[in-house]
Design a protein around this ligand. Structure first.
Ligand SMILES: Cc1cc2nc3c(=O)[nH]c(=O)nc-3n(C[C@H](O)[C@H](O)[C@H](O)COP(=O)(O)O)c2cc1C
Length: 177
């Protein structure tokens, strides 16, 4: 769920900040910890001076109508359109979406509090297992003193290799290096 409008998140109190930053936990992709329906009830009655859009787990017109009735200015749908013929996603990706049921989507878990994980809700597959295995390997290496925590944090993230490469290239391009 998010508010449209410049600076909406920064200017107001905690409720407004939540409005700008949170996405319902039912969404596909990166998620917040709170469900869309709870966020909607917490935010929509109180934030009336900027447009609020609701996102996360919406798949039918009745649900859209309900959020508009509650005061939303609009909604954002992602998963519902991922398998549409207009979508440029790979056909195998679309088929996986079409075959799946709601229970096949899981939020990524953080196995070690030292290694940050931003939760992502996605279909459970080999990538999910690999991500967890990588976290275990990295956590063991950090505990054994074989890997610095900063390096371990970037290696264990979902976008690990890309993030580590970006970090290294930023460090290399610093004038004092
Ligand atoms: C395949 C996929 C990729 C996504 N990629 C991004 C992204 O790169 N950045 C982002 O802010 N949101 C991303 N989202 C989230 C959507 O913008 C949207 O907030 C979310 O899909 C809404 O929830 P829903 O999927 O339940 O409709 C992605 C969603 C999906 C399904």
């Amino acid at each position: 769920m998010f508010c449209a409008g410049a600076g909406a998140g920064e200017e107001a109190g905690p409720l407004r900040r939540g409005c700008a930053g949170d996405r319902g936990s039912e969404a596909g992709g990166h998620i917040g910890p709170v469900s869309t329906s709870v966020l909607a009830q917490e935010i929509l009655p109180h934030v009336t001076d900027v447009p609020v859009f609701v996102a996360g787990g919406i798949g039918r017109g009745e649900a859209i109508a309900a959020y508009l009735e509650m005061g939303a200015s609009g909604v954002q749908l992602g998963t519902r359109f991922a398998a549409a013929s207009e979508s440029v996603a790979h056909p195998a990706f679309k088929q996986a979406f079409i075959r799946a049921s709601a229970r096949d989507a899981v939020a990524s878990v953080q196995l070690d509090p030292r290694l940050p994980v931003i939760p992502v809700r996605a279909l459970k597959n080999k990538g999910t297992q690999d991500f967890e295995a990588t976290q275990r390997t990295v956590a063991a290496a950090v505990s054994a003193g074989e890997l610095a925590l900063a390096e371990g944090s970037c290696r264990s993230s979902i976008t690990g290799p890309a993030r580590c490469a970006a970090r290294s290239s930023r460090a290399m391009s610093r004038p004092d290096r």
